[in-house]
Design a protein. Structure first.
Length: 212
């Protein structure tokens, strides 16, 4: 049976450490002398990027569900997303397939969904949710009446339930449909303002059933 290794000498270990430090310092001094004697201009060293860090989110979640409550404890809105990526340095949050439910204390909730989205600061105490690609804003009231708004782009302020866009908008309801170029809506009050642009006026088509 081989003999066990003797216990390492602590003084020897420290001596070897100091030797390594001295070698590093000598090598650094020699490198400085070579640079000073060279006719070429000094080269500023560039630290290589650390793989997996640059461009990566600070927080990453899958199948996430986030709830926001009012000061009185009632649910204000709920955000679900297939993916959430938050970038702390840019104060930016990216959303994949976001689905928001805006709860109203007195009426039916609004559901909002899109293929992509982002959350950004809109002031010191407010955030805006920017929704893109196949945006659908929908509400079904207790009496069964349904209203559905579609647009390629929407800015949504969940805290005050306010929505706006300057893109094409189509609103479908039980009575017909309306197209416009832009919208501003106070969802909590049920007030929507539509805009026209150039030769694209606000246009409403009523369903034939309304005339029976």
């Amino acid at each position: 049976m081989p003999a066990a290794d003797p216990e390492p000498n602590r003084n020897g270990r420290y001596s070897r450490s100091w030797i390594l430090v001295a070698l590093v310092l000598v090598a650094a001094a020699a490198a400085v002398l070579v640079i000073q004697r060279s006719a070429a201009p000094p080269v500023v060293p560039v630290e290589p990027a650390v793989p997996g860090i640059a461009g990566e989110p600070d927080v990453y979640m899958q199948d996430a569900l986030i709830s926001q409550f009012r000061p009185d404890g009632s649910l204000q809105y709920r955000l679900a997303a297939r993916e959430i990526q938050h970038y702390q340095g840019e104060s930016r949050t990216q959303l994949a397939e976001p689905y928001l439910t805006l709860h109203d204390e007195t009426g039916a909730p609004w559901q909002v969904r899109a293929r992509t989205g982002a959350i950004r600061a809109a002031g010191e105490s407010e955030e805006v949710v920017i929704l893109r690609h196949d945006v659908v804003l929908e509400q079904t009231r207790p009496d069964g009446e349904n209203i559905r708004l579609t647009t390629p782009f929407l800015r949504l302020f969940p805290q005050r339930q306010y929505a706006e866009t300057d893109r094409d908008v189509m609103i479908r309801g039980d009575v017909g449909r309306t197209t416009a170029k832009g919208l501003e809506g106070d969802l909590q009050a049920g007030s929507i303002r539509l805009f026209s642009a150039g030769e694209l006026p606000v246009h409403t088509t009523l369903l034939p059933e309304q005339f029976k």
